[in-house]
Write a protein that binds this ligand. Structure first.
Ligand SMILES: [Fe+2]
Length: 380
């Protein structure tokens, strides 16, 4: 038994208060106070539930789009060292047979991890970033693999019946043929539909939300932006109080725009990594969904125009960025704990007795000092 002593503990209202947490590593559970424990001094530190990353293609050399369950398992075992204790493996746009194979690989990886006794980030399901995206806003997604939602109806019906409950989020361009019908159908089945890689205008975006759409994929990237007379997707998302993902690596969205987004969307902001396999490695050339991306420092470069592709960041670094940009630590943490889980209609992760022992401990700048994952103490 351990006692995390005198930490600033995140409470149910997403506020910090000084106190202690008891945890039983054998039970992998936060418990009621006990008399037999070893102290871990957390004075001056911030204690929060483990982070959730709902948009992550890869890291540490692994990528979900390689369709190998063993790689997804290895990724899950490394993510806790960045504070991530649950994640949504995210597929790039691929041909239908590869999407089916990805569903099989992710379910197999989740089953393998359930038997695991060591620390690992829980797999929440599978996210499909495409193939129902706009060719005009595809970014690094392979245009050859894009199909319309109308063309993809059989594929989604097949996936839903063969892998019930596995697919958690599908990204879609609302202006593509059949997008409204598919959004309604899949939303009714409990799949979160997120608008992204899109040319949609305000009215198309409003229809998307009216048909059950709940979120915006990497807000401000790969979409028409907010104009003074053209509110487009960002404006419709604001009007409909949708969830809004943000990549907070300081490159995809300027820090002032991040501050504005937090004011606009409040506790509906979800900080995501959108990281690719190069995250956690170094400079070089890396494959991302069949396209080669160059990494130099913290930036990715793709194509003749050297556009930004995926990121090489991680949630923990983004928390440090957010705090340094003036976002309150409560809001920064909400964006990687409560908000992503609410989007998936799951309870907010909690530090209350009875909760799973997935915990992050950081200093006031957000720098991770210790992670407890499935009851295991990790030095980071
Ligand atoms: Fe994307």
């Amino acid at each position: 038994m351990f006692r995390l002593k005198d930490g600033n503990i995140l409470n149910q209202n997403q506020c910090f208060e000084t106190g202690d947490i008891y945890l039983d590593p054998c039970l992998n559970m936060i418990t009621a106070p006990s008399s037999d424990f070893e102290d871990i001094d957390c004075e001056g530190l911030y204690v929060t539930p483990g982070f959730t990353d709902i948009h992550i293609h890869g890291a540490f050399g692994f990528d979900v789009s390689d369709l190998r369950s063993e790689d997804i398992v290895l990724m899950a075992k490394k993510l806790p060292f960045k504070g991530v204790t649950s994640f949504l493996p995210t597929l790039m746009s691929l041909p239908p047979e590869k999407i089916r194979k990805a569903a099989s690989a992710v379910s197999e990886a989740a089953s393998v991890l359930e038997e695991e006794s060591g620390p690992y980030a829980s797999i929440l399901g599978l996210r499909l970033e495409g193939p129902f995206l706009s060719g005009k806003r595809a970014g690094v997604q392979s245009r050859d693999c894009l199909i319309t939602p109308k063309e993809g109806t059989d594929l989604t019906e097949d996936l839903v019946s063969r892998y019930p409950g596995l697919i958690k989020i599908i990204d879609i361009a609302p202006e593509t043929e059949g997008a409204m019908e598919l959004t309604k159908r899949l939303s009714d089945l409990g799949i979160v539909m997120s608008a992204g890689h899109t040319e949609c205008d305000y009215s198309e975006a409003l229809s998307f939300f009216e048909n059950g759409g709940r979120s915006v994929t990497h807000m401000f990237n790969a979409m028409k932006l907010l104009g003074k007379r053209e509110p487009n997707l960002p404006g419709a998302a604001f009007d409909r109080s949708a969830f809004a993902e943000l990549i907070c690596d300081g490159l995809h969205v300027d820090k002032t725009v991040v501050r504005m987004a937090f004011k606009m969307f409040g506790d509906k902001i979800i900080t995501i990594s959108d990281s690719m396999r190069a995250a956690g490695l170094g400079d070089g050339e890396y494959d991302l969904g069949g396209n080669m991306v160059t990494v130099r420092g913290a930036r990715t470069y793709f194509g003749e125009d050297n556009v930004l592709a995926g990121s090489v960041t991680d949630i923990s670094s983004e928390i440090v960025n957010l705090i340094s940009w003036g976002i309150g630590i409560e809001d920064a943490i909400t964006s990687v704990t409560k908000a992503p889980n609410e989007l998936l209609r799951k309870p907010a992760p909690s530090l209350a007795p009875g909760s799973q022992a997935d915990i992050c401990i950081m200093d006031k700048e957000g720098r991770l000092k210790m992670v407890i994952c499935k009851g295991h103490i990790l030095k980071v």
